[in-house]
Design a binder for this molecule. Sequence first.
Ligand code: DON
Length: 588
Amino acid sequence: MNPMPISSLIRSASLLLTAIVFTAACGSTTVRATPEVTSPARVAATFPASWHFQPGAAATTAPHAIVVSNDSIASRVGRDIIARGGNAVDAAVATGFALAVTYPFAGNIGGGGFMVIRMADGRTAALDYREIAPLAATRDMYLDAQGNLTNKSIIGHLAAGVPGSVAGMEDALLRYGTLPLKTVVAPAIELAEQGFVIDSGFSRELERSQRNITRFEGGPLFFPDGHVVAPGTRFKQPELAWTLRQIAERGSAGFYSGPVADSLVAEMKRGGGIITNADLLKYKPEWRPPVKGTYRGYSILSMPPASSGGITMMETLNILETYDKPAPFGSTQWAHRLAEAYQRAFLDRNSKLGDPAFIDVPQDELTSKAYARKLREKIDDQHHTPTATLVASREPMHTTHYSVVDDKGNAVSTTTTLNNGFGSAVWVRGAGFFLNDEMDDFAAKPGSPNMFGLVQGEQNAIAPGKRMLSAMTPTIVLNPKGQVLLVVGGAGGPTIITGTSQVVLDVIDYRMSLADAMRAPRLHHQSLPDSLSFERGGLDPAVADSLRAMGHSLKQVPSLVNINAIMRVNGGWDGVFEPRSRGGAVGY
Ligand code: DON
């Protein structure tokens, strides 16, 4: 394959993000929310006149339990597990396996993820089941003879990290679930074996990736006779069903050893990949304490490294908390403060965060209120500070989120990914699943942008057995009484951090309902490129002019982030799947 220049890589990433967000909405029952008293009174939101969503939409409300994901069938699987007596962790794992069948775009057993758990008895945990670099990985494996980046970290066999999803989901279940693995995998097996009727969103996602998928072994399944499987047809995946049966019968050993592992290794050999049986046997998820912080009296629980999500979000929220009062929503000051705070937090992210097994992460410092006050002193209220002047003093798409609450008060926030839609596009012959292209989340060439335009440093360089730094931000927010208020997270590379934190801010600072917070226009800044992205129509034109006058370089994008969230309301829970995408909020 010819190397692709980095500009094309970035372009393909933005195309990917566009594809992510403009899939059709489907399948959720919508019930009007009851007025809430368990969290502070909500205030009617005001959006810019140019914005395409109207405030005041209803959420799906459920009195007992709710699951929100990017696929309504998978949400229903999780809901049914709770209705039959399982807890939120059982439901999250069942939803995760179901997504691997019904949402192959991002749901997976060939990728990895992160899970933040808050049990009703107050226990909290964060599970890191991120992929790791294979033992034969080398620092410069994606550079050509001239030292330029190739696209081998994005497509094809070399792009895959050792998958963590199966081991992670099994571990979550063993530690916090109540049901046997067999029971929670069963609905996924049935969906793969008996098939399910696919909708236009499913077909469209595949069609956009036809060129890549048909280069590898998944072509005949997803494009029989050269055409994408049509909406309305019942779609069966017998090879995936077989793999899921191995997992149901032998646990994660059924994936990391035996015939499934052998199929994966054979697939690697066929395409010049480097994952071996030894890599698969070595894989282990890690339990870590969640990142904990506070924002204006609310408690935040989020994901620590190997994800950057929790630290970067907490650093941003701490900076914003130094302002006595939030700036009016949609105003110039609102956009400016968000941009400057994100910019500082991303500078730290890109230069200081990485796999804690390989580097020292200054987590306590970065998440402290004192550090945020120091950063705030350097923020000019009238002018944007160019990233270049901040960098000088320092060291040199597709994912899916699902949120679950059960009738016992347990909450689970999970983000999982293959990185790009359908990952590396490599489909394991005989075992029926896509492999990730997570290796691109490393700094394949420190100082050069990756697919998401992130310019990262040495701390995230490639090394065997190392976890690549993530932006996934599965988060749980507790209200001042210590009850779960929000379960939230999203897909969209670095925009996950900015989008997730804005839903949190919209709920806490602007007292929006969850439906409004999910429909509110979003902004994104990641320090480099030094531009403030906004959604088309999402900034009042006068505000945009003022921001330009302050030195911001504005970039209009079709939309930002794919979030699925749950919020406590009077008498139950509101669930909202991403209005910019597709999904289902299913409760009872
Ligand atoms: O872990 C990360 O940060 C990325 N692999 C996430 C990729 C992603 O969200 C793509 N989907 N939009």
